[in-house]
Every structure is written in structure tokens, then in C-alpha cells.
Design a protein around this ligand. Structure first.
Ligand code: DP6
Length: 311
């Protein structure tokens, strides 16, 4: 059984969880689905215990393998499955490039497991994307948005597709490919100790409402400011937590400053955002293809993954 799922980039971020298990977010989030950054999962029955091996040279830390197999065990329990399996997983984009792939890999694992289990242990909800997204969320929160495309809205327990009249081109500049020193799961725990955490839910939820309205009214410039404010807000929580940490490197700040200056000079530019890492995501309007290509020339000596190809 083979399944694949895309990654996603949040414009309004999931950061901070409600106490307890199951990755329940303290605020709603909104993401754009990254169809060109995908994970693949293959599952086949075996004798002996469940085990994992890499596809496409994926290197996973033991802790990550454990988290992946724990989620698989959870899915087996849901379907009441007792057989054992060999799970292979990998990313169809360079795996050592420091891009968070847990969203795509947990979504692909949930999809592959549902497909193989559903045959022998049918469940009424087994093919329902909303239900599968909820199950996936329990493995890794942001994966629940990867079930919907191109826009996904995640509120409380479950994500859903959101119909918005905007289509984007995505490019990410990979400034670092080292494993993160602070995982995003750890970041979720630390942010609640920041003095800036009070008011975060209100700020995120109000930006979410505004961004949806901005997109509907096609107000690109205001959208850019809001998306920028949102990633800085999340990173400020990291910088001001009791045990502070930082993903924005000097190089990343340099790129951000360049982008800001360029925006002021040109009066035109992409939306910019960062996840829990130093890599910079640019989002351009789909109709801006030529312009996006020109903009990205600035990064011709860096590793860049783009959602478009030029002849
Ligand atoms: C910064 O989904 O990786 O990317 O639920 O603990 O697995 P866990 O965390 P994860 O957190 C991602 C946080 C983020 C923002 C976002 O994608 O919304």
C-alpha cells in the first residue's frame, strides 16, 4: 500500500497547545498546501514486530522513528488491527534541507494506514477525510491541515478546506539544513512561559479573521503586513520564553531585511513567512509568475525549492 501527502505552510500559526493529549491547538490556524513538497509512505504486512525503514535516503532520529511508530500503533488500535507491518517513509523533496516534514509524513502515514486497514477492518468513518485529519492531528498537529487543498483552516479538533479566491506560487529558500536544536513540539511547550503569550490567542484569532477578509477582498499589500506580523509574533514568543531559543539566524534576518527594503522600493512583493526554522517561505500571486521568477533570481546561489518551473 502506497500513499502520499503534501506538506503545508501556515500563514496564521499553530503555536501552543491546550493541556492534555492529542495536539489540540490554543488558536485556529490557516495554511496553504505545498503540493510539491510531499511525503510518501509504503506499508506491507510482515511477521514479527512493526518496524520502520527509510525511503529515498530519509534520515530520521530514533526519537522521530519512535513518534512515527507510536502514531501507527494508535491507528492500529483505532481499527482494531493486530497484524504487523513494515512501514517505509520518505520525502519527495530533499530530506536533509531542514524543512519540517512532519505534516506531510504523518498525513501520508494516516492515509496509508487507513487504506490498508480499511480493507480488512472496515469502519464507517475510514474514508472520511475530516475523520482521518483528526486522527492524524493526534500524531502531529500541523498534519491535520495537509488533508485539504489548497487552503486549510484548523479550528480546535479538526481541519477543513476553506474556499478562498486566491492561488499562490510558493518558493522556500533553504538557509540551513541542520536538524533543529529545539523541536516544534518543544517550542509548543516553551512558548506558554513567555510574557507575550497572554493575548496570543486573541492576536492570532483576530489576524485569522482579518486575513480571510483581506483575501476575499484581494488586498495583497495589507495581507503581506499581516502575514509578516504573524510570523514575527510567533518568533517573539520563542525569543521571550523562560528558556529562550531562536530559529531566525543572522543570515535569515539579512534576507528578511532585503525583502522588506525591496518591498518599500518596488511597492510590490511576496508574502513572507517562517516556520519553526530559519528557512524563508515566499508566496506570490499566481498571476505574478514572471515577476516571481525575477524576484527569486536574488537567491540563485542558494538552495531553493519552487512550486513552479520556467522553460
Ligand atoms: C511552527 O505540528 O510540528 O510549524 O503537533 O507537536 O507535532 P506537533 O507540532 P507541529 O507544529 C508546527 C508548528 C509550526 C506552525 C504551524 O505549522 O502552524
Amino acid at each position: 500500500m502506497k500513499s502520499s501527502a503534501p506538506s503545508n505552510i501556515a500563514l496564521i500559526k499553530y503555536m501552543g497547545k491546550v493541556d492534555g493529549i492529542g495536539n489540540k491547538p490554543i488558536n485556529a490556524s490557516l495554511s496553504w498546501t505545498l503540493e510539491n513538497l510531499r511525503s510518501e509512505v509504503h506499508i506491507e504486512p510482515v511477521k514479527g514486530p512493526d518496524y520502520w525503514s527509510p525511503l529515498f535516503d530519509l534520515k530520521l532520529k530514533p526519537h522521530s522513528v519512535e513518534k512515527f511508530l507510536k502514531h501507527f500503533k494508535f491507528l492500529k488500535e483505532k481499527w482494531n488491527v493486530h497484524e504487523n507491518f513494515h512501514i517505509k517513509s520518505g520525502n519527495t523533496f530533499p530530506s536533509d534541507c531542514g524543512l519540517a516534514s512532519s505534516a506531510s509524513s504523518f498525513a501520508a502515514l494516516t492515509l496509508a494506514a487507513a487504506e490498508i486497514f480499511q480493507k480488512s477492518h472496515p469502519q464507517k468513518w475510514g474514508a472520511d477525510l475530516k475523520e482521518l485529519s483528526k486522527l492524524s492531528r493526534q500524531g502531529s498537529g500541523s498534519s491535520c491541515r495537509s488533508f485539504f487543498s489548497p487552503w486549510a483552516l484548523w479550528k480546535e479538533e479538526g481541519a477543513e478546506a476553506l474556499d478562498l479566491p486566491l492561488r499562490l506560487l510558493h518558493a522556500v529558500v533553504i538557509l540551513e539544513n541542520e536538524p533543529k536544536k529545539v523541536s516544534s513540539s518543544e517550542a509548543h511547550k516553551r512558548v506558554i512561559t513567555s510574557p507575550r503569550f497572554s493575548g496570543r490567542v486573541k492576536r492570532a484569532e483576530s489576524r485569522l479573521e482579518d486575513l480571510i477578509s483581506i483575501i476575499r477582498k484581494n488586498e495583497w499589500k495589507i495581507g503581506r503586513e499581516l502575514v509578516w506580523e504573524e510570523f514575527e509574533d510567533m518568533h517573539d514568543l520563542f525569543h521571550t520564553s523562560q528558556n529562550p531559543f531562536r530559529y531566525i539566524t543572522a543570515k535569515a534576518r539579512e534576507v528578511l531585511n532585503w525583502s522588506e527594503t525591496n518591498w518599500k522600493q518596488e511597492g510590490h512583493g511576496p508574502w513572507v513567512t517562517l516556520d519553526a526554522g530559519p528557512n524563508i517561505h515566499f508566496l506570490f500571486e499566481k498571476s505574478d509568475l514572471q515577476w516571481a521568477e525575477k524576484y527569486m533570481q536574488k537567491f540563485k546561489n542558494e538552495t531553493v525549492i519552487k512550486s513552479w518551473k520556467m522553460d
